[in-house]
Design a protein. Structure first.
Length: 420
């Protein structure tokens, strides 16, 4: 069995660094010509001067919230503009002539999918999880609006695998399809696979073929890893975003997450543009050499830290400690991001609400949302629950609390989950 996806995974680390920064100036020149927002981001910078980390660090970080605002502003201001400017805010180098699909992440933020095989880069993570050509993958990521379903499907096809597009929900039907088809691997959130397996137990259905899983979209703590391992399933995690594709992935060494190829990783101090010393926790910032969607110093809002040395598995790329929280209040719930702007949108619909706080609680694999509100008079609980569901695509319990009882700390989203 081939141990590595390709030879780049084991190239000398200093050689990879030299190659990335040697390629970066020409890549940015091409991006400036085809993506006007990148040209604006680099105004006053010569791409030739961005050939090392010190030069790159001079460029301001573009954060996810800014990308949302730029896209929204472009749609309002340029109704007659081309799709690259109007829809993607000028960051995409391709339009409807070359894009294969267009997706919407919560916000909404729109992302193009280009025509290259394995566009999102998850084939490397599937390979590290033990998936090989000829496997059948049961894909339980969503196939509508967000790109998660396509991320895994295009990766599976690039590896020479078949895919059952299970999507989300319909747990009993998922169990029946797994029993009938005998998939080798699962892709989706760990919480949904746990739900499927618990439902299979209730139904008295055995699923012996399922031995591997690639998880993303949620935290995958040691407790869940042990739960799946006890059932004979080796679960691995991959970390990515709709903007960047696959950022980092887990190998059999299970010592941190290994950075994907064709990406430059920085860890910066939250709220600033400055890299932190190696090993210190900060915000994950990525420059991706994706010619279709060239994002430069893109701040993910996620916290992590670089681990020292190389992985014992033999892969030589940079390792990060994995997801360590959010640099802002944006929180991922059941695989979906919830933004402070969405909470503001809920409040705009209900002026009788004075203050609110969305509390995410529960244990690994069982997220719960409670929308706590202070209101004038009686809080419109049912109407608020409907607004939360419509704007976040998630269900929440609405709890009316006494005026003045919510903490005065500026938070509108609180992550109170237990990750142990």
């Amino acid at each position: 069995m081939q141990a590595f996806f390709d030879v780049r995974e084991t190239q000398p680390e200093d050689g990879r660094e030299r190659d990335l920064f040697a390629r970066l100036p020409d890549f940015l020149r091409a991006a400036v010509r085809s993506a006007p927002a990148v040209a604006r981001q680099l105004q006053g910078f010569d791409p030739a001067g961005l050939s090392d980390r010190a030069g790159l660090a001079r460029v301001p970080v573009l954060r996810k919230s800014e990308l949302l605002q730029i896209q929204h502003g472009a749609r309002l201001a340029h109704a007659g503009a081309g799709e690259r400017d109007r829809v993607f805010g000028g960051f995409s180098a391709i339009g409807w002539d070359r894009a294969r699909r267009v997706f919407a992440s919560p916000g909404p933020i729109y992302e193009p999918e280009g025509p290259r095989p394995d566009y999102w880069g998850f084939a490397r993570a599937l390979h590290a999880a033990g998936v090989r050509p000829g496997c059948l993958i049961h894909n339980c990521f969503s196939y509508h609006f967000t790109p998660a379903g396509s991320m895994m499907e295009t990766a599976a096809h690039a590896l020479g695998c078949a895919v059952f597009p299970g999507g989300v929900g319909q747990t009993e039907q998922q169990v029946r399809a797994m029993a009938d088809l005998g998939p080798d691997a699962y892709t989706g959130t760990p919480s949904f696979l746990r739900i499927i397996l618990e439902k299979a137990d209730e139904m008295g259905v055995s699923l012996p073929s399922l031995r591997r899983a690639l998880f993303s979209g949620e935290a995958y703590p040691p407790s869940l890893h042990a739960w799946f391992q006890a059932r004979g399933i080796q679960g691995y995690q991959a970390y990515g975003s709709a903007d960047l594709g696959m950022i980092a992935y887990e190998s059999e060494a299970r010592e941190g997450l290994i950075l994907n190829e064709d990406m430059i990783l920085e860890i910066v101090r939250p709220g600033t543009h400055q890299p932190v010393p190696e090993g210190e926790v900060g915000e994950v910032v990525v420059t991706t050499l994706n010619p279709d969607y060239p994002l430069l110093r893109f701040g993910t809002g996620d916290l992590s830290a670089v681990l020292p040395g190389a992985s014992p598995c033999g892969r030589t790329n940079v390792r990060i400690a994995g997801w360590m929280g959010r640099a802002d209040q944006t929180t991922k719930v059941r695989g979906m991001f919830v933004h402070p702007e969405q909470v503001a949108g809920i409040l705009a619909r209900h002026p009788e609400v004075l203050r609110a706080r969305l509390v995410v609680s529960g244990v690994a694999g069982h997220d719960e949302m409670t929308f706590k509100v202070e209101a004038r008079g009686e809080a419109p609980v049912e109407a608020l629950a409907a607004s939360v569901r419509e704007l976040t695509k998630l269900r929440a319990r609405v709890e009316a609390v006494a005026p003045g009882s919510l903490p005065n700390d500026g938070k509108v989203i609180e992550d109170a989950r237990n990750y142990e």
